[in-house]
Write a protein that binds this ligand. Structure first.
Ligand code: COA
Length: 175
């Protein structure tokens, strides 16, 4: 497995994986009509804007096995004065879950954060009903520090939780 910085030629593969992952992980949380509709177009708008006009301190990493995209992570450095870098999207292809790829992507983000950002704090938002991801973040030592509500793209208001790590160094795997 190789993790590298994404480039625009990865756009369609990321869009497809993001769509596939939402359809499974967010089933029962977002509406079926939205998940089964033109989700691919919705995700393409997001990723096109990220590649066309990257935000300051944006970092997109992709994980590949034999050239096949098996996961990605998108982070925004120093996004929050208190909580530091935001890990905005983390998805592993459904057939590859549980094989350590998510852990390695988080470690990659942590390394980038330590190398490039003034603060090495790291945080993310996870949907309150996405218990599987919360189990994963707890396994990595993250703590729930705040509750909020996400204005989801299907028009619902969905409860979400902020998970945080005081130091990205806690997430590093040996290389
Ligand atoms: C959440 C996700 C990124 C985790 O990546 P992954 O590659 O499947 O996880 P890993 O294989 O690295 O798991 C690492 C550890 O977390 C544990 N873990 C994984 N999923 C878990 C779960 N549902 N509950 C409890 N622990 C879990 C694993 O058992 C493993 O622990 P171990 O080393 O003791 O065996 C991935 O499953 C995914 O893409 N899910 C769907 C999309 C999603 O919900 N993304 C997060 C949005 S906030």
């Amino acid at each position: 497995m190789q993790i590298r910085d994404a480039n625009v030629s990865d756009l369609e593969k990321i869009v497809r994986l993001h769509t596939q992952s939402w359809r499974i992980a967010y089933r029962g949380i977002l509406s079926d009509a939205f998940l089964d509709g033109d989700l691919i177009a919705d995700r393409r708008v997001l990723w096109k804007s990220r590649f066309d006009k990257p935000a300051a301190q944006q970092s997109i990493a992709v994980a590949e096995i034999n050239g096949v995209l098996v996961g990605f992570a998108c982070s925004f450095g120093s996004h929050d004065a208190k909580w530091g870098t935001l890990l905005e999207n983390l998805h592993v292809a459904p057939d590859y879950k549980g094989a350590g790829i998510g852990t390695q992507l988080v470690s990659h983000v942590a390394r980038w954060c330590i190398r490039t950002q003034a603060s090495d704090r790291l945080h993310l938002w996870v949907l309150a009903d996405n218990r599987a991801a919360q189990g994963f973040y707890q396994r990595l030592g993250g703590s729930e520090v705040e509750q909020s509500v996400w204005d989801a793209p299907d028009g619902q208001r969905v409860p979400e939780l902020r998970f945080a790590w005081p130091r990205a160094g806690l997430l590093l795997l040996p290389r």
